[in-house]
Each structure stands twice: as structure tokens, then as C-alpha cells.
Design a protein around this ligand. Sequence first.
Ligand SMILES: Cc1cc2nc3c(=O)[nH]c(=O)nc-3n(C[C@H](O)[C@H](O)[C@H](O)COP(=O)(O)OP(=O)(O)OC[C@H]3O[C@@H](n4cnc5c(N)ncnc54)[C@H](O)[C@@H]3O)c2cc1C
Ligand SMILES: *[C@@H]1O[C@H](CO)[C@@H](O)[C@H](O)[C@H]1NC(C)=O
Ligand SMILES: *[C@@H]1O[C@H](CO)[C@@H](O)[C@H](O)[C@H]1NC(C)=O
Ligand SMILES: *[C@@H]1O[C@H](CO)[C@@H](O)[C@H](O)[C@H]1NC(C)=O
Ligand SMILES: *[C@@H]1O[C@H](CO)[C@@H](O)[C@H](O)[C@H]1NC(C)=O
Length: 607
Amino acid sequence: MKGGIVGVLCSALLLAVEAACAPNSDAITKVPGFKPNKWVARTWEGNNYACKCHPGDYCWPKQNHWNNLNRTVGGNLRVNLPPGAPCYNTFQGPLGTVNTYDAAKCAAVTAGFPNEQFQIELPTAGLWTYFTNDTCRPTADPTGSCTLGYYPVLYITAKTVAHIQAGINFARNNNLRLVIRNTGHDFLGRSVGWGSLVINTHSFKSISTTNNWNGPGYNGPAITVGAGVQAFEALAHLNSLSPPRIMVTGECATVGVAGGLVQGGGHGPLTNFYGFLADTAVQFKVITADGKIQTANANTNSDLFWALKGGGPAAFAVITEVTYKTFADTPSAGINLDINPATNSDPALYWEAVRKFHSYSTHFVDNGLYVYYEIGPVPNTLHVHPIVGVNKTLAQLQAVVQPLFDDLDALGVGYTTSSETYGTFYDLYNAMFEIEMAGNSALTGGWTIGRQDVINNHTAIIDAFQTVMNAGSFIVGHMWSAGHGLPQSEWAKSAINPRFRNVVDKLITIVPVSGDAPLAAKAEAQNRLTNIVDGSLRAAAPNGASYINEADPFQPDWQNAFWGTNYQRLLQIRRKYDPEGVFYAVSTPGTERWEQIETGTRLCVKL
Ligand SMILES: Cc1cc2nc3c(=O)[nH]c(=O)nc-3n(C[C@H](O)[C@H](O)[C@H](O)COP(=O)(O)OP(=O)(O)OC[C@H]3O[C@@H](n4cnc5c(N)ncnc54)[C@H](O)[C@@H]3O)c2cc1C
Ligand SMILES: *[C@@H]1O[C@H](CO)[C@@H](O)[C@H](O)[C@H]1NC(C)=O
Ligand SMILES: *[C@@H]1O[C@H](CO)[C@@H](O)[C@H](O)[C@H]1NC(C)=O
Ligand SMILES: *[C@@H]1O[C@H](CO)[C@@H](O)[C@H](O)[C@H]1NC(C)=O
Ligand SMILES: *[C@@H]1O[C@H](CO)[C@@H](O)[C@H](O)[C@H]1NC(C)=O
């Protein structure tokens, strides 16, 4: 019987143009969710794989199937063009070659490419372009080649919950690679994907608030946001209330608050007080892999509720709406600090200053401060922008920070500093956090530093920072403690790695590398990131962990690094809600056997 099914599969494959039929593909029938004629057998580097259906495969849906889907989603299905396509004479896509040059559109995309919101509004752009493969960047030379790279093939601009359901059902029934795309901020390439169908959730912009949410596990003020709402929109809405209120968001105002952020955890300037964004979620409305609309809260689907709070993005369901706790806004103060070659020309003194600055991480978070800083990319540069004192007067903030400034003065290092006080945290957030850029290509990684590491091993930590810089990387740091204000009784209510409760600094490491660099250069950069840059931080800070949203996609021992003791439970929940692997994002629970083979293209299960 099994042989029969494989026979059907292989003969179908032989009819297909180029797909090779793997030997010993009995194992393909044991893939969860196996359906005859819906898997493609491949071999790659000596291993056998069962792959999803991609363009050109015998099982890729026919035109009339796409037309049916298009009708079901209200005509909102589109063939994807890379954002840079208007700058090229032609775009050579998997579905054919089209003329694309348009001078006005090219000028607009060239000007807009570094702008986050411009890229967010594009249906399939990845703001960090490395994982798009950079095969069609805006250019002044229209004769160059523009191909799809790792951008998706088609997308649905979902306007209703039914559109999302239709997209999930179509992807599941046809065994297509499905990508959920919200703002496209993802550092790990999870909102793009070769050969995929995208469901874009950016249009879900509803916002409502109440003073007395009355649901399982929580009674009190709350905000309910649609899947596409971004931090600046939710915060502006809360600020317009009387009295103004706030919620936990990232430091970046353009990140979505109901997509990848909450599913990865979501840390920000208020994390010292209320924990992660995930810790403040009280209810989700979602669509599961079977296409059903579900509610997840402390009573209903409570396992799914727990997993959606930090268990990994695009792993358990598609979120359509989330309800979060809100909090009273308070006066706040901020301080900036800069050391750079203009203020100090002595590299040895610079590193002594960094060592002093960083040795205060425990002191800062114990006093409720949030500190955003950058070391590099310009050598011998420390840019601390800002140190935030929520619910503190400037005098109270200065009292906490003064020992650092005394130490810097004693060292004799030059620096510049400024400070400001604001009537609300909201005003500080808008004024002090700097605008971030889109359109850069880099590999990102990261690690967090445990309180115990700062106490035990601080010399080695700063030595590791030097190793990171010498390896052509740089650091973005965020000092917070997710266990400072949130009572311990609340910690296990979300899937966040328990180790994060004792973290005092969360680092992002960045290794610039172009998405169209030669494969050998890409492999070298990946190896440098994993083994030298992040490797040195892991060794110096063994009490740390890794944050799924700001990490190396190829983080070693990722299950433990991202989720620690929560991993086994997350694995069970994944198997329950998405047994067939309808959803996929790299290094999320249950994806052990999934790989993007053939140089980051076909998504397959290893047999
Ligand atoms: C400039 C910048 C600043 C950042 N600052 C912070 C910060 O301060 N704190 C912090 O914690 N993180 C921060 N991040 C990281 C951020 O958490 C991740 O990039 C996150 O994945 C963004 O989620 P998104 O939904 O906005 O983006 P997307 O890239 O669209 O989606 C990210 C992931 O979530 C999935 N997803 C999106 N929407 C849904 C949905 N409705 N249902 C199911 N899955 C969905 C996607 O499939 C993808 O896997 C920052 C990132 C950038 C680029
Ligand atoms: C979907 O339908 C709309 C409206 O009829 C049309 O403009 C669009 O080209 C169709 N999409 C595809 C992929 O055929
Ligand atoms: C991706 O880029 C690499 C070069 O970095 C290239 O070898 C490969 O063919 C590209 N793949 C696609 C699908 O664009
Ligand atoms: C702000 O701090 C004061 C003490 O200085 C405290 O009484 C108050 O509860 C705090 N407000 C918030 C919202 O944390
Ligand atoms: C301190 O860091 C060094 C260098 O990375 C590492 O070998 C050592 O195990 C660390 N020690 C402790 C106690 O964490």
C-alpha cells in the first residue's frame, strides 16, 4: 500500500519538468499531514527530503485554482513584484517575464527604501533585506537583472478574517509554503520566504479601549488591537484618553504590537515595570492551522494562550486581534551620553569607559531604568540614547546615574551628555528614541547577559565585546529586567524563557553582509556571527539566553537558548494545533525536521 502511494507520487514527479524523484521515498508517506500528490521528493547533499509545492512543481496550483482563491479573498490576491522592480526594464519572475520600468515609481522607491514606514506599506518587503536575497534593489541602471530572490510569489492583502481563513485553507490543502507578513521588521527573514504565498495582515487596524475589561484572569483597563496595529498608533490612541494611558511596546514605534512582537515576547522601556508585552496580553483572537476562528485566554484554549505569549511567531496560529492591559502614564526623564573619537581619542580609555558604563547594568535595572545603547559601528563609539527613568523626575534619574558620571570623570574620558524631562512617558518615547532605518542588509544575532554574569564575569564580558567589534560586528544593547516589577507569581503565565527574568542586558549583534554577496562570503559571515561574535558572548555570559525576535536564525541549541525549560510544553502545543506544519518560521517550536534546502529555497522535511 505504501509502495502504491509512493508509486503515485513518483510517477506524478516524473511527469513534472525537473523535480527528481528521491530513492527510498517510503518515508515521505510518514510525513505528518502526508497527502498523495502534494509533496515533492528531493535529494540534497546526500539526504532525502519531502518538500512543499513551489512554482514549477507538478503540484503547484493551476491558474483556475488561483482564480478561485482570488474570488474567495475579494480580488485581493496579487502576483508579487519585488519593490525595486520599477527601476528595471524587466522582472524575470517564476510566473514569467514582465516589463516593469517606471521612472516615477523608481524614483519613489529609491527615495523611500531607507524609510521604515515606506517599506512597511509595501505588501511583501523585508525591512532588513538580507533574507530577500537582494536580487532586485532600487538602481539607476535599468538594464540590470531583477529576479524574485527570496521574496514571496503571491500575496493576499487580507481585509477580513475570512480572507485569512481562505489563505490558510488554500496553503494547507495545496501544501504551499505560507508566510504571514505584518510590518516586515523581522530580522531573521521570517516575513519573507522563497516560493511562498503571503497573507498580509497590515490592514487590520482596529483599536478600541475600555476601563473595565472583564475577562478570565483580568479585570481592568485594556486595549484591543487588530493584527496590523503598530506601536505608534496604539500609543497615540492611549495618549488621547483622559487621563492618558500607556502599554508595553518595543522601543521602535513602527513594530506591530499584535504580530511577531508579542509572539516572540516583546521587550521595551516599560519591561522593568510590567514585564514583556506578552506578559500583559489577556486575550487573543486567532485562526488555527485548520482554518477555524478561536479565542485564546486564561480559560479557553489556555495552552494556546500560553504559547502565543512568547512561544515563537508564526508557529501556533494567525493572530487577528489581541487585548492587552494598559497602565497609567507618568512624568518621565531621560539622559543621553556619547563617547566617540571626537570626545576621546584614546582607544584604551574608551574601553575602560565602556567597562565602567556596563558594570552599572545591574544598578540601572534595579532602579527601574531602561538603557538603549550602541557600541559601534564606528570604532570607539558609545552612543547611549537614551537612559530612561519612567515615573522619575530628572533629579531622581540623575541621582541613580551620577556614580557612572563620577567614574567617567575620574577616568578622565571625554563625553557629551544631555537630559530632558517630560510630562508623560509618551512624550519622552516620541522625543528621545531615534528613528531607525530600513533597507540595510546584515545578518543579526544576539545574546542576553544574566545578572550573575555581570557579578561573576564582567571582565570577560567586556573582552567579548572587544572580540565582537574586532570580528567586524557591532552591538545594540538594551538594559532592562523582565523580573524587576512583574511579580514572580506571574512569570510562568507566559512561554518566555524563564532565564529572561534574571537578565540585565539584551544585546543584538549585527554583521553587515550584502544579500547578493557570493555564497562563500555569506557562509563566512554566518560562521563569524554564530561562532565568534555570539560564541564569545555565550561563553562570557553562560547565564544568558537568546531572544527569538533578535537572534541568529541558526543559533546553536536553539530550543534551550530561546525557551529553556518551557520548550517541551511548546513542542506538545505545536503538535496539537499545527500537526502538519502549515506554518513555518525558522527555529520555532517543532521545526526540527524542516530545512530550507537548495541554497535557502525549497522548504522541506528531512526524511
Ligand atoms: C528597528 C527594529 C527595532 C526593534 N525593536 C524591538 C524592541 O524594542 N523590542 C522587541 O522586543 N523587538 C524589537 N524588534 C524585533 C521585533 O520584535 C521583530 O522584528 C518582530 O518579529 C516584528 O514583528 P512584526 O509583526 O512587526 O513584523 P513581521 O516581520 O511582519 O512579522 C514577524 C514574524 O511574526 C509573524 N507574524 C506577523 N504577524 C502575525 C500574525 N498576525 N499572526 C501570526 N504570526 C504573525 C511573521 O510570520 C514573522 O514570523 C525590533 C526590530 C527592528 C527591525
Ligand atoms: C485578483 O483579482 C483582481 C480583481 O479582479 C485582479 O485585479 C487581480 O489581478 C487578480 N489576481 C491574480 C493573481 O490573478
Ligand atoms: C541568492 O543569492 C545567492 C548569492 O548570494 C545566489 O547564489 C542564489 O542563486 C540566489 N538565489 C535566489 C533564489 O535568488
Ligand atoms: C510612580 O511613583 C510613585 C512614587 O514615587 C508611586 O507612588 C506611583 O505608584 C508610581 N506610579 C506608577 C504608575 O507606577
Ligand atoms: C567567564 O568568561 C570566560 C571567557 O569567555 C569563560 O571561559 C568562563 O567560563 C566564564 N566564567 C563564568 C564563571 O561564567
